[in-house]
Design a protein around this ligand. Structure first.
Ligand SMILES: Cc1cc2nc3c(=O)[nH]c(=O)nc-3n(C[C@H](O)[C@H](O)[C@H](O)COP(=O)(O)OP(=O)(O)OC[C@H]3O[C@@H](n4cnc5c(N)ncnc54)[C@H](O)[C@@H]3O)c2cc1C
Length: 316
């Protein structure tokens, strides 16, 4: 059985839901799914990972003082070697973006991020290019293969299994020239954009930073994340981490609500695969209106408070 490594991410002590889609994409009869969990209590995650076909959980302990991508990447490589893993799949998330390239560099392995389809037998992946205008199919050769999947592209399907839990201590005295001075969360509500089922994004129509509160109020009631167009980011209203689009985060939620956003090609590049797109705009001729599933022509400053009130009454 070919062991496939899954780089598992946890949040608040729980395995992130988006890992289960990755496990589903990686599963096949001739493969063993090996979950690599770095400096997190994997025992808590055992039942969750078993439900999606994981048969081995490697609990990596680095003893490092908090998040350190250099140490963690070295530890992941050591755990891969110990478990004879030559293929590793993670998420194209902030954590994945920090760890996977470092792992690939250490192994001198090819790396493809933001995969939307993976054929692990042929080492062939699909990823979007040129602002989402084309889908590239890339074949790789080498002794090791590292992939970052876009979150939510594969629906998680359960396949119960029984997993052994192995502790793996990585004791190298290595800081990799890297020291974390401080960790700050960077806007976007409590949810990471690319992993959210519902996203509410605001653009130039919001007019200033304060008005984004209207979006956050609705997002709280919907358990949604808040995104933004580049104009909102460039104006300093919200942090870059919230930017959706060609030069921002690429998202694939069930519902994407674009508020005061015109629908430029660069914005679409980041959200056009959303299952349902809803637009709120004063301009019935805005590009987004012709490229969405539902729209409301009207002033967002009238519509958002009404939406919040309606959502609030449903919650009560
Ligand atoms: C190389 C490159 C990369 C780029 N990358 C990105 C990217 O990653 N993401 C991105 O978003 N953009 C990106 N852009 C910028 C992009 O081209 C657009 O300029 C940007 O997306 C426009 O943002 P917007 O829709 O908020 O603003 P606008 O295009 O100005 O649209 C604002 C909309 O708000 C509506 N509106 C105004 N007032 C109200 C109101 N009261 N109620 C309701 N609606 C209202 C208007 O009718 C209008 O449709 C990139 C550009 C380049 C050149």
């Amino acid at each position: 059985m070919q062991p496939i490594g899954l780089l598992i991410e946890l949040k608040d002590g729980h395995v992130k839901e988006t890992n289960f889609g990755v496990a589903t994409a990686a599963r096949a009869e001739n493969r063993q799914l090996v979950a690599l969990v770095v400096d997190a209590p994997a025992d808590d995650a055992k039942a969750a990972l078993e439900a999606y076909g994981v048969t081995r959980i490697v609990n990596i302990r680095t003893g490092s003082d908090g998040w350190n991508p250099a140490v963690h990447a070295a530890a992941v490589v050591a755990a891969m070697q110990e478990n004879e893993i030559t293929t590793l799949i993670g998420l194209t998330s902030p954590t994945g973006r920090e760890l996977l390239p470092r792992v690939a560099a250490r192994l001198d392995a090819p790396l493809i991020m933001d995969c939307i389809d993976i054929d692990l037998d042929a080492h062939r992946v699909k990823t979007s290019q040129y602002s989402g205008k084309t889908i590239a199919t890339i074949s790789m050769t080498g002794s090791h293969f590292i992939y970052g999947m876009r979150a939510n592209v594969v629906a998680p399907l359960k396949a119960p299994a029984v997993a052994e839990v192995i502790d793996f201590a990585f004791a190298a005295d290595l800081r990799g020239g890297f020291e974390v001075m401080e960790t700050r969360t960077d806007g976007g509500g409590s949810q990471y954009l690319a992993e959210s089922d519902i996203i509410i994004s605001g653009g130039r129509g919001l007019k200033n930073a304060e008005n984004f509160k209207l979006l956050f109020d609705c997002a709280r009631l919907l358990n949604a994340a808040v995104g933004a167009s580049r104009v909102a980011v460039d104006n300093g209203w919200v942090p870059y981490a919230m930017q959706v689009g060609q030069t921002g985060v690429k998202v694939n939620p069930k519902v994407y609500l674009a508020v005061g956003i015109s629908g430029s090609i660069q914005h679409f590049a980041g959200m056009k695969t959303a299952k349902t797109i809803i637009a709120i705009n004063t301009d019935a001729n805005a590009a987004i209106m012709a490229n969405c599933d539902y729209y409301a022509v009207g002033d967002l400053f009238d519509i958002l408070p009404a939406l919040e009130a309606a959502l609030g009454s449903v919650k009560r």
